[in-house]
Each structure stands twice: as structure tokens, then as C-alpha cells.
Design a protein around this ligand. Structure first.
Ligand SMILES: Cc1cc2nc3c(=O)[nH]c(=O)nc-3n(C[C@H](O)[C@H](O)[C@H](O)COP(=O)(O)OP(=O)(O)OC[C@H]3O[C@@H](n4cnc5c(N)ncnc54)[C@H](O)[C@@H]3O)c2cc1C
Length: 431
């Protein structure tokens, strides 16, 4: 029996498994096994809308067990601790698995660049739980600010800094503006339009690096019009409780810091160690093979394709292209055929700027405003996996036109100094 392992149930891993499952379904001598620490696929483009309470968290995830064809491969929810490429063994939290071929697609982690205080004092923004926790903290801050008599303290509580001016940071800050403007201000009597402050901090010259300069400038104008302060050439050197320390030496007081600075390679230990790029991503050749490791392929955010920066961008289309090609080349190896090189290059960029605005560049065509926003919505709805999820998100969007967002705090806000010492729901609870 030949065992093929796919590590990571994200876009790259699931795409690889989809191709393998389809092409090997008649092979009784091949075992397909997907290992991932989460049993769902997360549709990351809608994370900002979870943070702003526009979309329900469950509606942007698809359980792996419900995916079409899922019964034809085995799924194991487990954490991969290490891969021994020489002995072809994977160490899991709950056991060890041997393999004949492996596709490593475990994604990336948030880049902190060794900046002190990020892990302790800034909220991360990458996984589903991050967006839920961020949402709960925002609502918690609004609850406190509603009863804060000192206007300066109130504004400080509601000063939200998003660090990172890439598309994830821009989309998040735009969503937060919608959230405060259309939900918090009309519903919290103690909070007025001038009581909150949204900051976007970017170390580089401009926001939205990689997006066409006219669209990036257009996005910046829109954010400024909405009252969002965009601080470029502003490097954060330390995150403190209630403040950001900048390279200029200035201390910026904030109520909440969110870290959206980009990604770095997954720290999964590989034995023997393999070359990695400066972001710590596994270097693969243009056939997505891990050099020096027979039977091992890499795909998605976890890897960087040697000499092909355009094929190494951490976006969903690249992850899907990697997953597909890694599977095709693995099949070619099984069948004794020559592998094919990666041909991927990004074909565009879509950035939502909140309610009824976006900037879009697709296949050389650039547009912005309402048509771009409609395009953004339609495309993302289409790309959501499964009709049920598409309907649920479409319904969330429609209901938000008629009903208010949901401001129930679901989890204890762990980073709130005011909540420390008293637990939500703790009063009167039976011992
Ligand atoms: C907030 C945010 C917004 C984004 N918006 C967009 C967008 O609008 N458009 C776009 O194209 N891209 C977007 N991206 C980027 C996109 O999500 C990634 O490029 C894509 O998810 C990469 O796919 P992947 O399969 O390589 O990794 P992932 O999708 O991250 O999947 C990796 C999988 O491996 C699992 N895993 C990790 N470690 C282990 C382990 N040790 N053991 C077992 N399993 C493990 C993870 O749980 C996960 O299921 C966004 C990313 C973020 C964070």
C-alpha cells in the first residue's frame, strides 16, 4: 500500500487532496490521508466582517467532513509536530505516521519581526478565533466607553490601532469604521462620532504595497475621508499595554492594538533541516519539490518557490495553484512521468474599503467605488465553498440592511485592564 499524506487542511492542502482523490479514486493500493489541526477550511477574506459582527463566524468556515469527496480520503485532526524527511515519518501530537509521499501545506504564522510586546499586548489577526476575540474586545471597549465620563479617557479607550498597511490591515480598518459609524455610535448613548479614533500604521512609504499606485492612492483618500488616520513611514518598535512605541521615540497611547503585519514561514521542524527564505518559508524548486527530500512536496503560504517571487505571494490563488501542481507532480512521480514547473502569477487584487467601496485590479482592468464593491462581494460569495455557506453569508449581508449587528460578548475579554478581576457572568453564579 502506498501512503500519501497531505499536511494542512487549508486552501493548498485541500486543493492537493481534491486532485489526488479525483485521480486516484480507482487505485485500491493507494491510501490518502489529510492531517490538519483544524477540521474546517477558513475563508480568510471574510475575517474582517467577522471582527465587525457583520457575518457570523460559522458562516465563513466549511467543515472538512462536509466537503465533496471527503469520504474518499481519510481525515485526521491532529497537530503535526515534526517531519523526518530522511526516514519518511511524521510525528503527530497523537502518534507517528510513515509515508511514501508527503505534501507539506501547513500555512504560515504571523510575522512579529522580533518586536517586543507583540505577543503579549497586541491582538493577532489570522485565525477565526482571532477575529472573534477582536470582535469581543471591540464591543467590550464600547461597553466601558459608554459610561466613561471623561471625554479624553473615552477617546483613548476607543483608539484602535491596526499595525500593517497591507490589504489585510486596510480591509480591517475600513470594516471597523463601518462598525463604529453604523452600529456603535447610533446605539451607545454615551459615545458620539468624535469619541473613537482609528489608526492604520505602516512602516513603508505607502499603504497597499503591490497594488497599483493609483488604486492605493484612491484607497488612502477614502480612508482619510472616513476619518481614519493613516500613518505611513511609522515603524512600531515595541508594543506596550495601552501604547505603541514608535521608531521616532514617540509613544502613541491606544486602547487596543491589532497586529496585521504579514506572514512568516511556519516553524514546523524538518529533519534534516532544509533551506528557507528570509521569511522562514521552505524553499521549494519550481516543481514544488523540497530539494534533497525524495517524495516531499511543499505548497501554499508555507513555501517560497526558488527564483519565482511572483509564484510565492501568500494569497489564495497562489495556494490553490500550488496545491494543484504539487498533486499533479506527485502523480507524475507515481506514474514515471516528467513533472511540470509552476506557471502562476497573480492576475489582480481586490481590496474592500468598507460599505459600498472597493478598489479592484483584474487582468489589467482597474476600477473602484460601488461597481468594485459589488464585484468584490459577488466574487467572494462565489468563491465561498458550498451553497449553504454562500446562502448564509448572503443572508447575513441582507439582514444587516434591516437589523442591527449582534453585540453580545461571547468570550471573556482577556486583554482588557478594566475587566481584570471581574468576570462577565460571574456574579451570582453558583459555586
Ligand atoms: C486576515 C486575512 C485575510 C486574508 N484575505 C485574503 C484575501 O482576501 N484574498 C486572498 O487571496 N488571500 C487572503 N489571505 C491569505 C490567504 O488566507 C492565504 O494565502 C491562504 O490561506 C494560504 O493557504 P494555505 O493552505 O497555504 O494555508 P492555510 O489556509 O493557512 O492552511 C494551513 C492549514 O494548516 C493547518 N496547520 C497549521 N499548522 C499545523 C500543524 N502543526 N499541524 C496540523 N495542521 C496545521 C492550519 O490549521 C490550516 O488548516 C488572507 C489572510 C488573512 C490572515
Amino acid at each position: 500500500m502506498t501512503r500519501i499524506l497531505v499536511l494542512g487542511g487549508g486552501f493548498a492542502g485541500l486543493e492537493a487532496m481534491r486532485v489526488l482523490e479525483r485521480r486516484l479514486r480507482r487505485r485500491r493500493d493507494v491510501e490518502l490521508l489529510l492531517v490538519s489541526d483544524r477540521n474546517y477550511l477558513l475563508f480568510t477574506p471574510l475575517l474582517p466582517q467577522v471582527a465587525s459582527s457583520l457575518v457570523e463566524p460559522r458562516h465563513i468556515i466549511q467543515p472538512i467532513r462536509d466537503l465533496r469527496g471527503a469520504r474518499r480520503f481519510r481525515f485526521r485532526r491532529d497537530r503535526v509536530l515534526a517531519v523526518d524527511l530522511g526516514r519518511r515519518r511524521v510525528e503527530l501530537a497523537e502518534g507517528v505516521l510513515g509515508y511514501d509521499h508527503v505534501v507539506i501545506a501547513v500555512g504560515s504564522t504571523t510575522a512579529t519581526f522580533g518586536i517586543p510586546g507583540v505577543d503579549e499586548h497586541a491582538l493577532p489577526y489570522k485565525r477565526l478565533d482571532d477575529a472573534i476575540i477582536l470582535r469581543d474586545h471591540l464591543i467590550d471597549l464600547a461597553e466601558h466607553a459608554d459610561h466613561e465620563p471623561d471625554p479624553a479617557q473615552r477617546r483613548l479607550l476607543l483608539t484602535i490601532a491596526v499595525v500593517g498597511g497591507g490589504y489585510t490591515g486596510v480591509e480591517l480598518i475600513a470594516e471597523l469604521q463601518d462598525f463604529f459609524h453604523s452600529y456603535v455610535v447610533p446605539r451607545y448613548r454615551g459615545i458620539g462620532p468624535g469619541d473613537y479614533r482609528l489608526l492604520l500604521l505602516e512602516a513603508g512609504e505607502e499603504i497597499l504595497r503591490g497594488v497599483h499606485p493609483t488604486l492605493a492612492a484612491r484607497a488612502r483618500r477614502r480612508l482619510a475621508r472616513e476619518g481614519i488616520e493613516v500613518l505611513t513611514r511609522t515603524r512600531v518598535t515595541r508594543v506596550l499595554p495601552g501604547a505603541l512605541e514608535l521608531a521616532s521615540g514617540e509613544r502613541l497611547p491606544v486602547g487596543l492594538s491589532v497586529w496585521a503585519v504579514g506572514v512568516q514561514g511556519h516553524p514546523l521542524p524538518l529533519e534534516p533541516p532544509v533551506p528557507r527564505d528570509r521569511l522562514g518559508r521552505i524553499l521549494v524548486d519550481r516543481f514544488l519539490r523540497i530539494p534533497g527530500a525524495d517524495g516531499a512536496w511543499g505548497a501554499g503560504d508555507a513555501v517560497s518557490v526558488e527564483g519565482r517571487p511572483e509564484a510565492s505571494v501568500p494569497v489564495i490563488p497562489a495556494a490553490l495553484a500550488h496545491g494543484r501542481l504539487a498533486a499533479e507532480n506527485l502523480l507524475a512521480a507515481l506514474e514515471g512521468r516528467a513533472p511540470a514547473p509552476i506557471e502562476f502569477a497573480p492576475r489582480g487584487m481586490l481590496v474592500s474599503l468598507g460599505e459600498k467601496d472597493a478598489v479592484v485590479e483584474v487582468m489589467g482592468l482597474r476600477f473602484s467605488g460601488y461597481p468594485a464593491w459589488l464585484f468584490w462581494n459577488a466574487l467572494h460569495l462565489l468563491k465561498l465553498v458550498g451553497l449553504r455557506k454562500q446562502l448564509q453569508v448572503a443572508l447575513d449581508w441582507s439582514l444587516a440592511r434591516v437589523f442591527p449587528r449582534d453585540s453580545a460578548i461571547m468570550r471573556e475579554p482577556t486583554r482588557c485592564p478594566r475587566c481584570a478581576g471581574h468576570a462577565v457572568g460571574g456574579v451570582g453564579r453558583a459555586a
